[in-house]
Design a protein around this ligand. Structure first.
Ligand code: ADP
Ligand code: MG
Length: 787
């Protein structure tokens, strides 16, 4: 287009000075002919190429240049390709508005969605089986002849009749049945008797036969000796089933989308990275994923680590990491509150605590104090196992904030935990004399209304230094005189990326410290909490004895009873925990109630209490109080105690229906015992299996190390579940990359992104990248004010 522009400049003043204009244009346009771009566009470009084939002159030359520019100029606009890619699927041949709507309901709204709709698996048609060798339960591809084909009527569920297409096919070694409960009409034409077909599908057993339900079939040429049948040379991509859409249709549409749109997909990775890792162009990567060449390594494809996948994964991660880097940079620049970190009280506080800080606590406190002192908001994640002393460190931060005459809020996920924090922190505040004396207020739904009014008034008047409550309450109902630090205790919940709401409370953003008891692998943490700095307490306070974990199966109740007996005889206390899920809440509750009664009957000398979510807050608090001061010996509860109660004299925890708890939960529960100086026992009572339950119990027996538990959890559940994306929806929804599987690429993308943002903080030299990051992550990362 350069020569054309030049020719047209200043009203065609220079047109005659461009030598070989025609040849240059024609040559560059013929290259376009081979590109996968929409047909209309290709035709238009071909027409221009043709017009320039022969030398032109005078007015005709001008007119042709002008017409060519009309077509070509819009193509130079940065959004040109993007605009084509977001066209609805109805632009593809064979897709009407109705079909497009069906796809759109399955989140395939536009051409780009379809191009990035990745295969679920690959069928290797290069490895053919004989019919005899088909194995029940395995997926297979084979060639056979149609021996018999017919519709039969069968009675389906609810007694209704339905027409089923059945075919018997076979080769020299045997025969097998194929069945289609729906879509048979369309296949009837293909499956003529005697036809040679290629079949792919899952082999199952039906009565005494092997059969394939809804297999994929392709008709092959007649010549059996022709070894080069292209259908047999392929690795075929197979797509996740979409309700109401035939898999063939997906494959056909994808082929069309690839042919007409693949080359419009651009990449954003830095050129050096592309060269260094020898990555294919994005369009070739898409083709490589959807239509792998026959000599491709099928295992690499299946594990999504072929070069094609690597390109797509890196492209996606790179945009995310650039977004995170931009957000961090923006946050670091925002004005914040500088807290004095070296005031006399702050300096005296660590030594005024009733215990010596561990080395890890000391290091982390140093990191937090340095953040507090800076006149920019802190955004820090504090990671550490239950009982590692996170709250104690948060307390030191609150002392520093108070010494600067400002306020701290500590938000807990449950009332119970907020109450416990209040107790722990009041104890710390009282035990350290003047240095640690803080005015602490607790605000939960169970605080009587009149009292709550008083609390709110004192907080608003600046007469409280540290306010404790649940997330909801503190965020919604409290006006602070001067909030400088917000501590968010998330326990094992992942709240990610959307903590912006906190900062929005006052004018100047407060410092934010997020505490989590769920250890997560570092690369994962860096991306999940990509806008946070990370501190880790990886050392337990001294004097903790490791907890012994035991598993009891159905029928081993005697031994559990024995454990209770022995523990109580030593004067120690016992938790019995029942699972509680919403769907079976009533039954679960009944199980807990009955268990409490049973234990009370079996051990008349022990006092037994029951806590559960249905109990009103006052009754719950009272039960907790009785347990804490040893008035009751056994506390039966639904999983509410999971979140951090601290009773050092409790040394036995019995987890009923251990198979129903997640691994992180089990680990948290186990953390309830072994908090004092006496050894603890965690008894997992397994009453049947569930998905992955054996693996979870195995992991519990193997280790007490939170980080290893987290790794195991990740392996068992897979990343989506592990991260709780579905529940919270707060995670970046990655289409291709998988933060766990692609962990090593996460670091690659992260480094490239950091370098990019360091070199060009506003991305002013990379406007296409900036636009892409904004389009993809802008609102998720609140990047509006960035770049
Ligand atoms: P976390 O918040 O990580 O669960 P906490 O700060 O609540 O841990 O500490 C758990 C218990 O250990 C509390 O009773 C606390 O007083 C105590 N504790 C904290 N740090 C230490 C330490 N360095 N030495 C001894 N005990 C400690
Ligand atoms: Mg805690």
């Amino acid at each position: 287009m350069g020569p054309l522009r030049f020719a047209a400049r200043d009203d065609y003043a220079g047109i005659d000075r461009v030598v070989d204009l025609e040849r240059a244009v024609a040559r560059s346009l013929t290259q376009v002919q081979s590109l996968a771009v929409p047909r209309g566009l290709r035709t238009r470009l071909a027409r221009i190429a043709k017009a320039f084939e022969a030398p032109l002159e005078g007015a005709k030359r001008r007119k042709t240049v002008a017409r060519a520019l009309e077509v070509l100029a819009p193509m130079a606009a940065p959004s040109f390709a993007e605009d084509l890619l977001v066209r609805p699927l109805s632009v593809l041949p064979g897709v009407g508005p109705k079909r497009a709507a069906t796809f759109a309901r399955r989140s395939l709204g536009c051409v780009a969605d379809l191009l990035f709709h990745l295969p679920a698996r690959y069928d290797d048609r290069r490895a053919l089986l004989s019919v005899e060798a088909l194995q029940v339960g395995l997926r297979a591809t084979f060639v056979a002849r149609v021996l018999l084909v017919d519709f039969v009527t069968s009675r389906g569920r609810g007694g209704r009749f339905r027409r089923v297409l059945q075919a018997v096919v076979g080769d020299d070694t045997g025969t097998v049945n194929l069945k289609w409960f729906h879509g048979g009409e369309a296949l009837q034409g293909i499956l003529t008797k005697g036809a040679r077909i290629l079949v792919t599908g899952d082999v199952r057993r039906y009565r005494f036969h092997k059969e394939l339900l809804h297999p994929d079939v392709d008709v092959l040429g007649e010549d059996e000796s022709a070894p080069e049948d292209p259908e047999l040379q392929r690795l075929v991509a197979d797509y996740p089933a979409l309700e109401g859409v035939n898999p063939r249709a997906v494959r056909r549409l994808l082929a069309a989308a690839l042919d007409e749109y693949a080359d419009l997909v651009g990449g954003h990775l830095p050129e050096a990275l592309v060269l260094q890792r020898r990555l294919p162009e994005p369009a070739d990567a898409l083709r490589g994923v959807h239509r792998p060449s026959p000599d491709e390594d099928v295992e690499a494809l299946r594990e999504r680590r072929s070069p094609a996948y690597e390109r797509l994964v890196l492209e996606e991660l790179y945009l995310l990491e650039v977004g995170l880097a931009l957000r961090r940079a923006a946050q670091a620049d925002r004005p914040g509150i500088a807290i004095r970190g070296d005031g006399p009280r702050t300096r005296a506080a660590p030594d005024a605590l009733p215990f010596r800080l561990t080395g890890a606590q000391r290091r982390v406190w140093g990191e937090i104090r340095a953040d507090l002192e800076r006149p920019h908001p802190m955004n820090r994640l504090l990671q550490g196992d239950v009982g590692s002393g996170k709250t104690a460190v948060a307390f030191l931060a609150a002392v520093a904030v108070a010494e600067s005459g400002r306020q701290t809020a500590l938000m807990a996920p449950t009332e119970l935990l907020a109450e416990q924090h209040a107790r722990t922190l009041r104890h710390l505040a009282e035990s350290g004399g003047e240095a640690t004396a803080l005015r602490i207020e607790l605000l939960t739904a169970s605080v009587p209304r009149a009292d709550a009014e008083g609390v709110r008034a004192r907080v608003a008047a600046g007469e409280a230094d540290l306010v404790l409550g649940t997330h909801a309450l503190v965020q919604r109902d409290v006006r602070f005189a001067d909030l400088a630090l917000a501590v968010v205790d998330e326990q094992h919940r992942f709240g990610v990326l959307q903590r912006a709401a906190l900062g929005a409370k006052g004018g100047v953003a407060p410092d934010v410290l997020v505490m989590t008891a769920t250890p997560i692998p570092r690369t994962l943490a860096l991306t999940l909490y990509g806008d946070l700095d990370l501190s880790v307490i990886d050392e337990m306070p001294p004097g903790r004895t490791p907890v012994v974990t035991e598993v009891f199966r159905q029928g081993q109740g005697e031994r559990v009873v024995q454990l209770i007996h022995q523990t109580a005889a030593r004067g120690e206390q016992i938790y019995v925990v029942y699972p509680l899920v919403e769907e079976s809440e009533k039954m679960d509750l009944r199980a807990a109630v009955e268990s409490a009664q049973r234990i009370a009957r079996a051990f008349p000398e022990l006092r037994v209490d029951l806590v559960h979510g249905r109990l009103d807050a006052a009754a719950r608090a009272e039960a907790m109080r009785r347990f804490r001061c040893g008035e009751t010996q056994v506390l039966v509860s639904t999983s509410v105690i999971e979140v951090g109660v601290d009773v050092p004299n409790a040394t036995l925890i019995i987890v009923e229906h251990a198979e129903r708890f997640g691994l992180a939960q089990l680990h948290q529960l186990r953390g309830r015992v072994g908090r004092g100086t006496r050894p603890g026992t965690c008894a997992l009572v397994a009453r049947g299996g569930g998905e992955g339950s054996e693996a979870r119990i195995e992991a519990m027996l193997e280790t007490t190390d939170g980080f290893r538990i987290a790794d195991a959890d990740l392996r068992i559940r897979g990343p989506g579940e592990f991260l709780g994306t579905r529940q919270h929806g707060k995670l970046p929804d990655l289409r291709i990359a998988d933060l766990v599987r692609d962990a090593r690429l996460v670091s690659v993308a992260r480094e490239a992104a950091l370098a990019q943002v360091r070199d060009d903080p506003g991305l002013s030299q990379a406007s296409a990248l900036r636009d892409a990051v904004r389009a993809r992550w802008g609102s998720r990362l609140a990047l509006a004010d960035v770049g």
